[in-house]
Write a protein that binds this ligand. Structure first.
Ligand code: RM4
Ligand code: NI
Length: 282
């Protein structure tokens, strides 16, 4: 793309020394594809939306965490009550002698999946720190700059401690059923999910869990699961040569006709059309 959008730090930072700024997105609206000349941490509090990162679609919802590098291309599509924080920072303005690279690297040990989740416990602590950071980062005296950077450091450490990837064993400190449910769903889009069984196992009342889920994510459990599956299918259609029938099975659909119906309803295109659209582009 020749003239794509590049966001500039001069538009988002108050001064040439400010290392970190907090941009609240209450809500995050649809936002066109862009890169930046700064980096950002994205922490999702509520609602849901489609986040496209370097051409891969991610269905995002509360507790999702992304580490976006300046050169990453991303956009937000079909948002629904999506509420998030962007913690934006300029690596070259950070002065503390810290291994920032290690703290801020996005891909996990397990590979290149840029998708992280934060436990409810981690979110509650992050919320507090972000509040302090928001307050401090707008001041420009030397002490405030230093305090801003150290609050940012604390936030990064906290994220490291409480983050996890769904395909790992689940939330590290998941006392919370919602964390466990989200981790389980993130991991079971290719196989049937049995809510009754999950509720029995975790001794929660099914109706309560459904309500809680809807409150926090703005959608129902089955909607979320369907969207995860469609997302995965879109990715495979575009980036693999698997047969459509195999993709259907891989994404948890019992037969390929049903898959096509659901896919078309969600995306406005048949799976075949979707694949062709990108085949032409690349
Ligand atoms: C936008 C969007 C972008 C971010 C800027 C700072 O609303 O969230 O991803 O780079 O804010
Ligand atoms: Ni961005």
């Amino acid at each position: 793309m020749a003239n794509h959008l590049i966001l500039k730090k001069t538009d988002f930072f108050a001064s040439a020394t400010q290392p970190v700024a907090v941009a609240d997105r209450y809500p995050q609206n649809v936002f066109a594809e862009h890169t930046h000349d700064f980096c950002e941490l994205v922490l999702v509090w509520r609602g849901n939306g489609l986040h496209i990162l370097n051409d891969r679609p991610y269905r995002i919802t509360c507790g999702d965490l992304f580490y976006i590098r300046a050169e990453d291309r991303h956009s937000y599509e079909s948002v629904n009550d999506l509420v998030l924080h962007n913690i934006i920072y300029c690596p070259e303005r950070l002065k503390l002698n810290v291994d920032w690279r290690d703290l801020l690297q996005s891909a996990g040990a397990s590979g290149k999946d840029p998708r992280w989740r934060l436990s409810s416990h981690g979110m509650a602590q992050a919320r507090q720190l972000i509040g302090q950071l928001e307050h401090e980062s707008v001041k420009s005296d030397a002490l405030s700059l230093c305090l801003t950077e150290s609050l940012f450091l604390q936030l990064c450490i906290l994220l490291r401690r409480h983050r996890y990837q769904p395909h790992e064993t689940g939330a590290p400190d998941s006392g919370e059923t919602l964390d466990l449910l989200l981790a389980t769903l993130g991991n079971s889009f290719h196989a049937p999910f049995d809510l009754q069984h999950f509720c029995q196992q975790n001794k929660v009342v099914d109706r309560y869990l459904r309500q809680l889920f809807r409150q926090q994510t703005g959608m129902s459990i089955s909607q979320y699961l369907r969207q995860l599956r469609i997302c995965q299918a879109q990715d495979l259609l575009r980036h693999s040569e698997m047969l459509i029938g195999d993709i259907a099975t891989r994404c948890g659909f019992e037969d390929s006709n049903y898959f096509s119906v659901v896919f078309t309803k969600e995306t406005g295109m048949t799976p075949r059309m979707w694949r062709q659209r990108y085949a032409i582009e690349t």
